[in-house]
Design a protein around this ligand. Sequence first.
Ligand SMILES: [Zn+2]
Length: 329
Amino acid sequence: MSGRVTFIVVLLVLVLSLFAGYFMGRGTANDLGVEYHAFCTISTDQVFKSGLGDVYDYEGVTDFSEPDFHYLVSYIVEGNALKDPSLVNVPADLQDEQKDMALQNEAWGLFTALIPAQDRSMVTQFNVFTDGYSNTLAAVDQSSVEPSQWVLEVDIADLEDRNALIFTMIHEYAHLLTLNASQVTPDLEILKAPEDIELQKEKSAACPHYFTGTGCSHADSYIQVFYTRFWVDINDEWAQVDAMQYDSEDDVPYYNALYDFYLAHQDQFVGDYAVTHPTEDIAESFTHFVFSPRPSGNSIREQKLAFFYEFPELLQLREDILNGACKLK
Ligand SMILES: [Zn+2]
């Protein structure tokens, strides 16, 4: 009997706190300036914090090696749904993960909850991979046959750290937002020869705007405006660092040089990963724009976040993403 009373009391407290959350949250703006209609189930602050920290600080690292990477399943995307799973050969210890379609749908469900359907029509394929916990959490790639279409890839092992996965998904989405066919002209020749540096130089010289590495950006594209405003002054110095990745098989000297470049220009970047490439800078800056309050200062780093406030459609998208994140189960 007493057990049952406790249960009812606990239930009542739960119901009251849900109502309190509902009414306190209703119609009031949170610290990100977005109006919430309902109780928020995740902390956007925790999502933001999960994305902080240096990735190129390799001081003292002597035995760096890339983790093993395996694709597990590939799906065709149809609206919100995943269709026609195609399984690849995997080691025996990954067969459970490969068959866990509920978990794979959960990973896809995170993405569809965060990004409104009309903003992700370029995603036509969903790949599940793993390189173990952490390391690469998610990625995007152009379709190898139709470069206006894109593939979202998620490491199923990283569903364990949902905050970090949400942060990374928004970073990856920012690539789709800034590199899709309405922003950058898709280039099948480049897609077929991603390692051809001479072809890249040729294409870049023929492009009157910023050449992203995937194609020539449009005059009014986000990346063209961003690059012109924030990168023209530092590009030559950065290009010398960037060229180091082709110098040797060992990536650590390149990572060290990137990190030194970051330390020399720290007031311009939201984090060290942003110095990887202008396309990474806009993706990281966008993710910080989504998950942090509007900046009050005027450093270049803060100007990069304020940049996105110039576009009403991006403010709407930010609100949609934050509301989507809040409604995650
Ligand atoms: Zn990226």
